[in-house]
Design a protein around this ligand. Structure first.
Ligand code: PGA
Length: 241
């Protein structure tokens, strides 16, 4: 496990973007596992900036996103596909048919998840997985208490995740209560894992996840066992370690 200290959010974003950029330079047809949430937005912004300066090319890259709400189609403004288009895909040259995200519009969870596992397998697995971390330790939508050995599956979101995501939905609009997510097993099979974390609200969970026991109660803690795991955190997120 490598921990990289960044001064602030911008510095964290630049450092993470540098690691992703290095991956794409080393392997232009890399399979990038991508994440939603507020934390990686600055990383995407930095990559877009370098793309605009002709410093990085995504034309051969394949992307595999972590998760999607069950019940939202890709054109819903709160769907993760919509988020990814707005914050990244619409501004760079990842070919449309190289972009993958679980199909939230498919009500058949078994079918949607099996299809996604097949996409990951056919792509040859994930070269670099970008992750945020939830304040409860979730990665993707792998909430506390789930088995480590799962592939892509349907999850019931915890109350704390639903509450923390409420801010993105219009007043009175229901946050979906389930999602399709890549499992911990799939994340652990990624050849490199890169986590970004910022802000003092992440400090306690960062301490528990990476300096406490490895336990399904803190899903991110399994990353202690990953052979190539890098955490890039700002000084607030790393304040307790
Ligand atoms: P955040 O979400 O980046 O919006 O804090 C992280 C996560 O829940 O994985």
């Amino acid at each position: 496990m490598k921990i990289i200290r960044a001064k602030d959010y911008n510095d964290m974003s630049r450092k993470a973007a540098n690691i992703i950029s290095a991956q794409v330079i080393m392997k232009p047809n890399a399979v990038l596992g991508l994440a939603t949430g507020g934390t990686p937005v600055g990383t995407y912004r930095q990559l877009i900036d370098w793309y605009n300066k002709d410093d990085i090319d995504f034309s051969e890259v394949t992307t595999i996103n972590l998760d999607e709400y069950r019940g939202l189609s890709g054109d819903h403004p709160q769907s993760y596909l919509y988020f990814m288009h707005k914050n990244f895909f619409d501004h760079v040259n990842v070919p449309e048919d190289h972009i993958h995200i679980p199909n939230g519009a498919d009500p058949d969870a078994g079918r949607a998840c099996a299809a996604y596992e097949e996409i990951i397998r056919a792509a040859g697995g994930i070269d670099l997985q970008l992750l945020g971390i939830g304040t409860d330790g979730h990665i993707g939508f792998n909430e506390p208490g789930q088995a480590f050995e799962l592939g892509t599956h349907c999850v019931d979101l915890t109350e704390s995740t639903i509450l923390s995501n409420q801010r993105f939905f219009a007043d009175g609009e229901e946050v979906p209560r389930q999602a399709y997510t890549i499992g911990i097993k799939t994340i652990m099979q990624a050849r490199k894992v890169l986590m970004v974390a910022n802000g003092s609200n992440k400090a306690e969970i960062i301490r528990r996840a990476f300096f406490g026991p490895v336990t399904p109660e803190v899903p991110a803690s399994i990353l202690q066992m990953h052979p190539d795991f890098t955490l890039v955190g700002d000084s607030d997120a790393l304040a307790l370690i």
